[in-house]
Design a protein around this ligand. Structure first.
Ligand code: HEC
Length: 179
């Protein structure tokens, strides 16, 4: 009887069988979607290292930074224009006034980047609006990498100048073309 029981015959049981040699049946391991896996404190995913807080958040020492860390160049402006027209224009339209297709087809009211309040924002605050969203505007930090968000800030500044430029902003060699 004892031998038969040991050999596993008999009624089914919920208790685990006696294991003389467990071999490698039991070993510590993680199964997908069982334990909530928390990364080790201080672990950083690839490409997520935010060494430069100001560049990554637009904030330094608890304050919005005043100036865009990207130098203004034709390349940055063109990149910003391209990204703005992809990510912002659907709501804000290509001039930034807020009459994009989304607002025309819904009850959403996108802001106007030419609003004096927005013009008076520091570059860091503008960056933060894109990064985290604001009130009804969604965040764009997942779709748009930080470098492109700064390029968009550069371009928004250029857009804002288009509504307050004076004749002095026109290079002298082009003034003759104005009518
Ligand atoms: C899905 C639509 C949508 C997109 C896309 C969008 N915005 Fe907005 N944005 C809004 C709405 C809506 C508001 C008004 C928020 C409010 O005041 O409730 C707004 C407001 C703003 C403001 C003014 C914030 C303030 O304090 O008044 C700025 C600046 C701005 N957006 C910039 C951008 C830029 C730059 C992009 C592209 C990266 C962008 N937005 C993309 C919908 C959008």
């Amino acid at each position: 009887m004892a031998l038969l029981a040991l050999a596993g015959c008999g009624p089914t049981s919920r208790r685990p069988p006696i294991e003389i040699f467990s071999d490698m049946r039991r070993q510590p391991k993680f199964r997908a979607q069982t334990l909530p896996l928390r990364p080790v404190p201080g672990a950083v995913a690839q490409g997520q290292l935010k060494e430069d807080e100001a560049f990554a958040t637009g904030i330094s020492g608890g304050m919005y930074i005043g100036k865009n860390p990207l130098a203004i160049s034709r390349e940055t402006l063109l990149r910003g224009q391209e990204r703005f027209n992809i990510y912002c224009a659907p709501c804000h339209d290509q001039t930034g006034s807020g009459h994009g297709i989304v607002g025309l087809r819904s009850a959403w009211l996108p802001g106007n980047v030419h609003d004096p309040r927005v013009k008076n924002m520091t570059d860091g605050e503008l960056f933060s609006v894109i990064t985290n969203g604001r009130r009804t505007m969604p965040a764009y930090r997942f779709q748009v990498p930080a470098g492109d968000r700064w390029a968009i800030v550069t371009y928004v500044r250029a857009l804002q100048r288009t509504t307050s430029a004076t004749i002095d902003d026109v290079p002298s060699e082009l003034k003759g073309d104005l009518r």
